[in-house]
Design a protein. Structure first.
Length: 185
């Protein structure tokens, strides 16, 4: 890290702009800032999940993901600078395969429920999908690294499988959607 903040407030954003790492200023609601903010929110959701008692392999995986998300945010904050790569996506795919081993095949849609850690993984998954949508919006306006979209897409899959694995670790079954359950009143 080049220099440390000695004061948290700078007043430079009071007029509705914020600075990027390359020194440029953009509106706080610009697509790039929306994407950065969604990735930050995702990282915070993972922090809440990490506050739970988790199996060590899940904890290690999420620790790596949190660091990746800072890299991803860093790449977004420096237009034209690539940090994320296919290797990041490949690692998530290996984690997905590892967690999915031993889970029963899906035959029905499942509800985002079960144990508390599993439910928090589902919340993180939905925040990840929002971050992915914000990145898609940005990518329509400005070219970026393809690995960013692939990473967030794979991460949401990982969080889905992780929620199932966390339910299994807690001795809880998947909560299945019952189509039309309340139709009759």
């Amino acid at each position: 890290m080049g220099h440390r903040l000695t004061r948290i407030y700078t007043r430079t954003g009071d007029a509705g702009t914020t600075g990027l790492a390359d020194g440029s200023r953009v509106a706080k609601d610009a697509p790039r800032i929306e994407a950065i903010g969604a990735v930050d929110e995702l990282n915070s959701a993972l922090g809440v999940l990490l506050a739970e008692k988790l199996p060590e392999p899940v904890r290690a995986c999420l620790d790596n993901v949190q660091n990746d998300l800072f890299d991803l945010g860093g790449e977004l904050s420096v237009p034209g600078h690539a940090i994320m790569s296919k290797a990041h996506v490949d690692r998530l795919e290996r984690e997905l395969d590892r967690l999915n081993t031993g889970l029963p095949p899906l035959k029905d849609f499942i509800l985002p429920a079960g144990s508390r850690p599993a439910a928090l993984a589902h919340v993180a998954r939905t925040v990840c999908r929002r971050a992915e949508r914000r990145l898609v919006t940005l990518s329509r306006k400005q070219k970026g690294t393809p690995a960013l979209l692939a990473y967030l897409n794979r991460l949401s899959d990982l969080l889905f499988v992780m929620s199932r694995d966390l339910n299994r670790a807690a001795g809880r079954p998947d909560v299945l959607w019952q189509q039309g359950k309340n139709r009759q009143g």
